[in-house]
Design a protein around this ligand. Structure first.
Ligand code: XMP
Length: 535
């Protein structure tokens, strides 16, 4: 059966029968996505929608409650974002966060003014009245603030429920209509009790059933993929990461041998990984994978390339070329499956909808390479079953589907792989040196049982040499950098405070076991100002 639903539609109205949902109207805060994640953590579905979403649309989406997010604007700015006033007639509980609270106060007849003291960072909120939103919280809670304006006069029907030293109106409530405002950010980890506030709002006030679970998601996703693809052929480019691997498991379960997986071996993976990946899929899970040997052509393409941007572009362009050739050889295919995640969807303005069919078409190969588009004559319709999920939810789906732990808890790995960790020119020998050092780093962190505690750990091969002494011999050899960071999402990161004995064993083993390396250094820079990768 062919689908009549557009991809856009199916994305916007997922499984409404399956789950109650909360609509988050987005005013552009850096924390908006976090609100959605926190709500999902209490097993309730939530969607981030443009703040211009009309009341009629919210009604159609069957939202059980509305959250107005924070944002950088001031309600008195020219063209400040606002909400459809009709939402106040829907009879739904509303929670305004930061700018959302100010907008709520402003629209409902209160006053908002620039504060004398701007409050950024931690502040203690004294709860004046707990009411239903703050039920279960301590009388004073540490919170995360970030605002220049404040509510100075309440709209009719509201009372003050919390204050801080500098902000007399830090929380407001109209218990009758179930409208609440908080000047702080309950979604941020630094706000103590923030998750209880979200839970109180979503479960107790909006009465959402906590039915957003990954096993139900899988059931719905399988049915949707079956309906969308029918008997037609689907191509999936595996990268070895958790998203594409989990997707392979899901699609295989849904459409069996109508799925074709291919793995392009550029030669930039870690030691033994390509072979391990393909073997695991084929031997343990009966999912066949076309292994595309492309190492030589990637190396050839990188001859003489030292500039990081040029290197990334060269790899990306070569990847597209191989992808194009191989998909023609193995094809034709009706669909390209991608492990696009919800944050990609929210952030991507570059997606295109085919005006004739209403289906999304690929404008770029996502998630593996951040590169330019596919050629005009090679455009696929997309299947993106994870486009409503956050990364941690994909990991849970992987767990349910039996994706091996080695893939599920794998650290992020960039599409261009080790090539951007061999600084300067990439050669077979230099790749081998880094691959061996990287292997030792991974073995050691795992044997110290710290692999899961860090966001990423890897080696970088520098393009310089330094003097050393081994035995009685002077050496002039390569240096390996150990890069290890902790992070929530890769956007910011701190260098990991690894135990000295771990660093020591990594260093000793690398200089003893990896030919041509006589020095190991540890990168102690956070992001920003550095990035996690070196190129
Ligand atoms: P940076 O180096 O920008 O990296 O701090 C942030 C995160 O993104 C990963 N990364 C990539 N992932 N393709 C990817 O799929 C890429 O080209 C790429 N470059 C960086 C990086 O490993 C870190 O987790």
């Amino acid at each position: 059966m062919t689908t009549t639903k557009t991809a856009q539609e199916s994305r916007r109205r997922p499984d409404n029968a399956l789950a109650d949902s909360i609509a988050i109207l987005d005013f552009g805060s850096q924390y908006s996505q976090l609100i959605a994640r926190r709500i999902r953590e209490v097993n309730v579905y939530s969607e981030l929608l443009p703040c211009s979403t009309s009341a009629a649309e919210l009604k159609r989406l069957n939202a059980r409650g509305i959250i107005l997010s924070g944002g950088p604007s001031s309600v008195y700015d020219d063209g400040a974002p606002t909400v459809d006033k009709e939402i106040w007639k829907l009879g739904l509980p509303v929670l305004g966060v930061c700018y959302g609270m100010q907008l709520m106060a402003h629209q409902l007849g209160g006053t908002v003014e620039p504060s004398d003291v701007r409050e950024y960072g931690r502040a203690t909120v004294s709860i004046i009245r707990h009411g239903r939103l703050f039920d279960g919280l301590d009388p004073a809670v540490e919170s995360w603030m970030s605002h220049g304006d404040s509510v100075t006069q309440l709209p009719p029907g509201f009372e003050i429920t919390g204050r801080t030293m500098d902000t007399p109106v830090a929380a407001i409530a109209d218990e009758e209509r179930l409208w609440y405002g908080v000047q702080f950010h309950p979604e941020v980890i630094h706000t103590v009790g923030g998750q209880e506030i979200i839970r109180n709002f979503v479960v107790d006030l909006c009465k959402c059933t906590q039915s957003w679970t990954m096993d139900k998601f899988i059931g719905a996703a399988l049915a949707e993929v079956k309906e969308q693809a029918g008997e037609r052929r689907v191509l999936l480019a595996l990268s070895g990461g958790v998203d594409s691997s989990t997707l392979a498991f899901l699609l295989h379960q849904a459409i069996g041998d109508k799925l074709t997986c291919m793995f392009i071996d550029q030669g930039f993976m870690r030691k033994n990984e390509p072979e391990w990946l393909v073997e695991t899929f084929e031997r343990d899970f009966n999912i066949s994978v076309h292994f595309i040997k492309a190492r030589d052509r990637f190396l050839e393409r990188l001859k003489g390339v030292v500039d990081p941007e040029e290197k990334r572009k060269a790899i990306g362009a070569e990847f597209i070329r191989v992808f194009e050739e191989e998909s023609k050889r193995l094809g034709p295919f009706d669909f390209l499956a991608q492990g696009t995640l919800y944050p990609d969807v929210i952030e991507s303005a570059g997606t295109q909808v085919d005006p004739k069919t209403g289906e999304r078409v690929a404008v770029k190969i996502k998630s593996h390479h951040n590169v330019g588009g596919l050629p005009e004559d090679l455009q696929f319709k997309l299947i993106e079953p994870f486009s409503k999920l956050f990364k941690d939810e994909v990991r849970k789906v992987g767990l349910e589907l039996g994706v091996p732990e080695g893939i599920r808890v794998r650290h992020p790995f960039p599409g261009p792989g080790l090539a951007i960790r061999v600084l300067g020119e990439v050669t077979k020998d230099r790749l081998r040196t880094l691959r061996e050092a990287d292997w030792i780093i991974r073995e050691e962190i795992k044997s110290h049982k710290l692999y899961r505690q860090v966001w990423q750990i890897f080696g970088v091969l520098l393009p310089t040499k330094s003097v050393g002494v081994m035995g009685d011999q002077r050496t002039y050899q390569n240096q390996i950098v150990i890069r290890a960071v902790t992070s929530e999402d890769g956007m910011t990161a701190d260098w990991a405070r690894l135990p000295y004995d771990l660093l020591d064993s990594i260093s000793r083993r690398i200089v003893n076991e990896v030919p041509g390396v006589n020095r190991v250094v540890y990168d102690i820079t956070s992001k920003p100002p550095a990035t996690i990768e070196w190129e």
